[in-house]
Design a binder for this molecule. Sequence first.
Ligand SMILES: Cc1cc2nc3c(=O)[nH]c(=O)nc-3n(C[C@H](O)[C@H](O)[C@H](O)COP(=O)(O)OP(=O)(O)OC[C@H]3O[C@@H](n4cnc5c(N)ncnc54)[C@H](O)[C@@H]3O)c2cc1C
Length: 309
Amino acid sequence: MSPNAVRPVLLRSRLNAGTMSTPVAIVAAVAGIGAYALYTRRSSASAEVKEPFASFGFHQLRLKSSDLVNHNTKRLRFELPDPNVKSGLSLTSAVLTISFPNGGWIPCIRPYTPTNDLNDKGFIDLMVKHYPNGKQSTHLHSLKPGDSLRFAPIKEIAWTPNKHDHVALIAGGAGITPMYQLTRGILSNPADHTRVTLVWGVNTDEDIFLKDEFGKLEKEYPGRFRAVYVVSQPGPDSKYAKGYVTRQVLEGAGLAVGKEGKEGEDVKVLVCGPPPMEKALTGSKGLFGSPKTGVLHEMGFKADQIHRF
Ligand SMILES: Cc1cc2nc3c(=O)[nH]c(=O)nc-3n(C[C@H](O)[C@H](O)[C@H](O)COP(=O)(O)OP(=O)(O)OC[C@H]3O[C@@H](n4cnc5c(N)ncnc54)[C@H](O)[C@@H]3O)c2cc1C
């Protein structure tokens, strides 16, 4: 199959990704990517554009550095083809990483959300948590500076400043990265006045990374941004609340429908975490697409207020 034959499929996937849930967008993109990646597997990266991820295309980037940030997470910095240009990723976007485990022909494709400022030039940073049996996270953790990896951009949600009064970001584990990108994007835009509340559930105190970055944003934007951490297995000296992300935790973080003395406040809730957590919060899809169960539904949030990455 020629690359040109595949391109329209990919472009359609990219255009639709703004309105689809991330898993659907990924599945749609993957169908085309698999074929395209196989075709281009032995060839060099696609023609370079100014901002490589401003439109759909594949780019092979070189790893510049790989640093452990906690017991299981690495920050990987990949160099863009031109050190003087931005990545071209918009708020909120991720990149699909494409590898070929054990030199085989079946691609392994997983999304990761860059955590660097979208205005940074010349590089993208990924924070990658290692899952012991995880195909891609193991591969990414094994990369050494100078190694390269194939990427393609995907759109997560198209963020519109001031569309909502308040956005609640609920993350589990490595699901924090899209939330960090969005928090920083909202707060750094002087024209966006959206209030942001982050609730992040992790297993252990050591799983918390980006804490300094979130702390800095809380200080810089008091009253606009608040971060709440919950740890399911905290250490004896832990300063965090113990448990999972429950209704009580969410209400304690000030998340409620039409309460807080802010009657009629338009709240959007975004959720990104391991499947059991997402299911507990957003429930299973009902017959007409609305969640029938789940903590957020019980709290009174409507289906169109909730987005699962
Ligand atoms: C939009 C989006 C953005 C993402 N951004 C990031 C990011 O920035 N950083 C990051 O580290 N990850 C991120 N992820 C998750 C990432 O895409 C992979 O799913 C993850 O790295 C595991 O892939 P793997 O191939 O290593 O594991 P797989 O081979 O797919 O799975 C192997 C085993 O690992 C465990 N596992 C896999 N994924 C999870 C999970 N999410 N929670 C709990 N256990 C799991 C399970 O036991 C599973 O059986 C993102 C996911 C999405 C949808």
